[in-house]
Design a protein around this ligand. Structure first.
Ligand SMILES: NC(=O)c1ccc[n+]([C@@H]2O[C@H](COP(=O)([O-])OP(=O)(O)OC[C@H]3O[C@@H](n4cnc5c(N)ncnc54)[C@H](OP(=O)(O)O)[C@@H]3O)[C@@H](O)[C@H]2O)c1
Length: 302
């Protein structure tokens, strides 16, 4: 199987996560990491030590597509430069409404001119969350959508969980489940070799945690969670056909860079199948996001 050779442009939070996801994906291969000249001397994680790190994608031998992971205001100039050099792109700049449409139209103009493929808005929001919203309104055409965000500040340190042997750090938060019940989420960073099952049982049987349903989640690095912990509650109420009182709910707690990474790499798998110019997730055949796993996914889910 021929793997798609991808370059990651910008090695910040999203760029690192994309690089890690690419090396784990059988259909993709990491051709190189493109960084600003001032960052080239910085050390990169050992797992990428064999990957070329350069200051421009044209220094790489073969690039089938570039994932743009630079700050939002730098995405358009970076995209323009890559497209002018004939490199297909995937990007996810955090732009909405009119700004998003202007950005997409400009990328479409440049990509069409140079006969290159581009996928825009391929993140979480804009991106997969936009698809969920659209699908909810398609299913319940007359109605109203409410989006509420949960953000990291609701997380707080918990000494009770931290005191459990084998736990290096712990954070806890309270969230409401879809049926309105309060649940406590305890995130733990555990020491090497510690027994997660025993830690989980100890925390869940602590009198301090008995008042509410408590769920324990192991995480690699609590600090990352503090920076990234997000959640959303998407509610659509309305009517469809003759039925009133339809209600659709999507509740998510997630790391936004992790979800965005999943969408960026999925979009990369879809690049060979898309037209010249800019496509959004709405324009792509859904199955193309799985690349050559489309048939298997169809069997599993349809
Ligand atoms: N759609 C979504 O849901 C979603 C979610 C998350 C992020 N995003 C988008 O993803 C992009 C990256 O986010 P991030 O959190 O990874 O940002 P970040 O951690 O700040 O990383 C951006 C990286 O870009 C490079 N960079 C910094 N300043 C630059 C400049 N002036 N010109 C060119 N490159 C520069 C740096 O890498 P080097 O040092 O290696 O050059 C930096 O580490 C943003 O555009 C953000 O809007 C979208």
């Amino acid at each position: 199987m021929k793997q798609l050779q991808l370059a990651v442009i910008g090695f910040g939070m999203l760029g690192k996560a994309c690089a890690a996801a690419i090396v784990e994906d059988d259909q993709l291969s990491l051709a190189g990491i493109v960084r600003r000249p001032e960052s080239l001397a910085e050390k990169i994680p050992a797992r990428f030590s064999h990957i070329p790190v350069v200051s421009h994608a044209r220094e790489l031998v073969r690039v089938d597509a570039a994932l743009i992971c630079v700050p939002t205001m730098e995405v358009l100039p970076t995209a323009r430069d890559l497209l002018q050099h004939g490199t297909p792109i995937v990007e996810c700049a955090t732009l909405h409404d009119k700004l998003f449409r202007e950005h997409r139209d400009e990328i479409d103009r440049i990509a069409s001119l140079h006969k290159v493929r581009a996928i825009v808005g391929a993140g979480w929001n804009p991106g997969a969350l936009s698809l969920f919203r659209a699908l909810f309104s398609l299913l319940t055409p007359r109605g109203h959508t409410k989006t509420s965000w949960h953000t990291a500040p609701s997380l707080h340190h918990t000494n009770a969980a931290r005191a459990v042997p084998g736990v290096r750090a712990a954070l806890s938060t309270e969230l409401r489940s879809a049926d309105g019940k309060l649940q406590r989420y305890v995130y733990v960073e555990i020491e090497k070799g510690a027994d997660l099952d025993r830690i989980e049982t100890t925390i869940m049987s602590d009198p301090l945690f008995l008042d509410e349903e408590t769920l324990v989640f192991p995480v690699e690095d609590i600090r990352v969670l503090e920076e990234e912990g997000y959640g959303v509650l998407l509610e659509r109420r309305g009517s469809a056909a003759d039925s009133d009182h339809q209600m659709l709910l999507l509740e998510g707690r997630y790391s936004e860079p992790a979800l965005t990474t999943a969408v960026m790499t999925a979009a990369a798998r879809a690049i060979p199948a898309c037209r010249y110019g800019a496509s959004t997730l709405f324009d792509l055949p859904l199955g193309s996001l799985w690349g050559n796993l489309k048939g298997k996914i169809e069997q599993e889910w349809l």
